[in-house]
Design a protein around this ligand. Structure first.
Ligand SMILES: [Fe+2]
Length: 205
């Protein structure tokens, strides 16, 4: 069954703004988290996204989260599209940590991932739409949507079994932290696999 979603009619940002940073803002504001992620990446491959998610949840207590959110909100942003800031680039290229800032009405494209990922909502609320890939028409269709509130975290492996879209449908500004299993140089080109979307939906939700 296809499910209607306000995300499908809300203004959707198809691109993002990325601000450049050369220092590890993560190390400055969340002591020990980059080392914990690095350790998680060296473990069994199937478990990496789950262990990275655990590392996020363990390190990001309320005090640390408030400090990190304050820093992200002080950085450049856009009224047109969500903003991405690189917080940490692993020296060996195993992973990159980014913060995303979402104003009301801003959303990602529908996408799968080329690599594993883990994220946690730090402030506000995101809506995550889940999509199934229809091979017959080579389009994704929405089958579920879930509210992701501050403090909630998600992880997944790369591939077409995990297709989603994240967006902020209401005030306040939402901030989330994401970890991807790829080096920072390829963060713009080798994380998201944007997909065509099947638009026909029914009225149920
Ligand atoms: Fe994603």
């Amino acid at each position: 069954m296809l499910i209607s979603s306000s995300l499908q009619t809300a203004p959707v940002s198809r691109t993002f703004v990325q601000a450049e940073s050369t220092e590890s803002l993560l190390d400055l504001h969340v002591a020990g988290l980059s080392t914990a992620i690095q350790t998680a990446c060296l473990g069994e491959a199937d478990l990496v996204p789950y262990r990275v998610r655990q590392a996020l949840n363990h390190a990001l207590n309320p005090v640390v989260t408030e400090r990190l959110v304050s820093k992200v909100l002080s950085m450049p942003c856009s009224a047109q599209t969500y903003t991405r800031h690189v917080l940490h680039s692993d020296p060996s290229g195993m992973f990159t940590v980014v913060a995303l800032r979402w104003e009301e009405g801003q959303a990602s494209p529908v996408h799968a991932h080329y690599t594993w990922c883990a994220y946690r909502v730090l402030q506000g609320a995101l809506v995550e739409g889940h999509f199934e890939w229809d091979r017959s028409v080579e389009q994704a269709y929405l089958f579920n949507r879930v509210d992701r509130l501050a403090g909630q975290s998600v992880c997944g492996h790369g591939g077409m079994d995990f297709i989603h879209r994240l967006g902020n449908e209401q005030k306040p500004t939402a901030v989330s932290i994401h970890v991807y299993g790829i080096d920072a140089a390829r963060i713009s080109t080798h994380v998201n696999r944007k997909l065509a979307v099947k638009l026909e939906v029914n009225a149920s939700k």
